[in-house]
Design a protein around this ligand. Structure first.
Ligand SMILES: Nc1ncnc2c1ncn2[C@@H]1O[C@H](COP(=O)(O)OP(=O)(O)OP(=O)(O)O)[C@@H](O)[C@H]1O
Ligand SMILES: [Mg+2]
Length: 195
C-alpha cells in the first residue's frame, strides 16, 4: 500500500446496502458465471437477466467482452492481466451489490484463487458461483467466435483451455451441463437456487 493510500480512511455513509436492496424488493446478489469460452455463460446470463427483469427485479450484467471494451481495455490475456481483469470486475460487482442490485457476472475467470478472491469480497450467501461445465471438445466444436480455430492455427496466444489453464471450480453452488440441459433448463436451475 502506498503512503497516499494509508491516508485514506473509510467513510461511513447513511443509506445502507440492505436499505437499497429493500427499496427494490429484492436480496442483492452476485451471480458469477465461470467456464470456458463458448461454454454458454453469456447465453445463460442474458436469458436469466431477461427473466429477472421481466419479474421486476433490478439487475445488471457484467460481461467479459463488454467490460474489456471499456474499464479493462488496457488489459490483455497474460496471467497478470487476467488476475487484474477479475479483481476489477469483482470490485465493480461488489459496488453494484452495495447498490442493491442483482449482478450477473459472465467472465471465463479461469483461476480458482481469483474466484475465491471475488467470493471473499461478499457476505455469505450473496455470492453464487455458477460453473458452466461444458467440456473443451464441445466448446471447440461450437467455436462461436472462431477463436479456437485461430488459437489452433497459432494466431492467438494464451487461449484458455489450450495454452492457458482453466481451473475447474471445486465447490460451485451450481454446475450446469449445457450438453444435457437446454439454456432454458439451465436458467431455471439458477432461478431455483435464487428463490
Ligand atoms: N444449454 C445451453 N446453454 C447455453 N448455451 C448453449 C447451450 N446449448 C448450446 N449453447 C450454445 O453455446 C454457445 C455459447 O456461447 P456463449 O457466447 O454464451 O459462451 P460464453 O461462455 O459466453 O463464451 P465467452 O467466454 O467466449 O464469452 C451459444 O452458441 C449457445 O447457443
Ligand atoms: Mg461470453
Amino acid at each position: 500500500m502506498t503512503s497516499e493510500a494509508n491516508n485514506i480512511l473509510w467513510q461511513s455513509l447513511s443509506v445502507t446496502k440492505s436499505a437499497r436492496a429493500a427499496q427494490k424488493g429484492q436480496a442483492a446478489k452476485c451471480i458469477w458465471f465461470t467456464g470456458l469460452s463458448g461454454a454458454g455463460k453469456t447465453t445463460i446470463a442474458n436469458l436469466l437477466d431477461k427473466k429477472l427483469h421481466s419479474r421486476g427485479m433490478h439487475t445488471y450484467i457484467l460481461d467479459g467482452d463488454n467490460v474489456r471494451h471499456g474499464l479493462n481495455r488496457d488489459l490483455g490475456f497474460t496471467d497478470i492481466d487476467r488476475i487484474e481483469n477479475i479483481r476489477r470486475v469483482a470490485e465493480v460487482a461488489k459496488l453494484m451489490v452495495d447498490a442493491g442490485l442483482i449482478v450477473l457476472v459472465s467472465f471465463i475467470s479461469p483461476f480458482r484463487v481469483e474466484r475465491l478472491m471475488a467470493r471473499n469480497l461478499f457476505e455469505v450467501g450473496e455470492f453464487v458461483e455458477v460453473y458452466v461445465a461444458t467440456p473443451l471438445e464441445e466448446c471447440e466444436k461450437r467455436d462461436v467466435k472462431g477463436l479456437y480455430a485461430k488459437a489452433r492455427r497459432g494466431d492467438l496466444k494464451n487461449f484458455t483451455g489450450l495454452d492457458s489453464p482453466y481451473e475447474e471450480p471445486q465447490a460451485a453452488e451450481i454446475v450446469l451441463h449445457t450438453q444435457a440441459e437446454s439454456s432454458d433448463v439451465c436458467v431455471d436451475r439458477v432461478l431455483q437456487v435464487l428463490a
